[in-house]
Design a protein around this ligand. Sequence first.
Ligand code: FMN
Length: 176
Amino acid sequence: MNIVAISGSLRKDSYNTSLLRATQKYAPNGMDISIFDISTLPLYNQDAETEFPKRAQELKDAIESSDGVIIATPEFNRSISGVLKNAIDWSSRPWNKNSFIGKTVLLLGASVGQYGTSMAQQHLKTILLFLDVHVIGQPEFYLSNAGKKFDENGELTDEETIKFLKQALETLVKRM
Ligand SMILES: Cc1cc2nc3c(=O)[nH]c(=O)nc-3n(C[C@H](O)[C@H](O)[C@H](O)COP(=O)(O)O)c2cc1C
């Protein structure tokens, strides 16, 4: 199983990116997870579709050739980050060439707040449903108080979260 993983945070010490690294560490047998860096995508501009940007095409190719997608989203002002929306917008274009169509997507999210990206993920589900994505509804993975769940090297150390993450990855296997 070839999985492409996208972090909605560009921050060097991002908890969401660290969470994706934990998915690589705890991936079930046969699951290969590669993190696609969205920081070098240009800002979406419909004029640029005539000469589709290389990096945006690489993202589309990575999604299309994958068996499934994992998105780890931060919550910014009760929604998803602009950079994540930008990546999704590129992936959905040109019209009728939506790379996400029919893909199974596991949503994860880490936040320093108490509600663990639940609002951001709700928005994200709305966007992904429009793109005909099979969003996994259960388990809902909302990692709250993220500052207490990772060590100083960005390693996920919270045992309960590790266990839950493994369950979420097993669900992804079953739904693909
Ligand atoms: C612009 C901005 C808006 C934020 N809004 C929220 C929010 O609505 N809810 C929340 O739980 N945390 C919010 N936060 C805090 C984030 O949870 C925190 O910065 C987190 O570390 C972001 O994820 P990352 O570690 O992957 O970068 C916000 C942070 C920023 C920079």
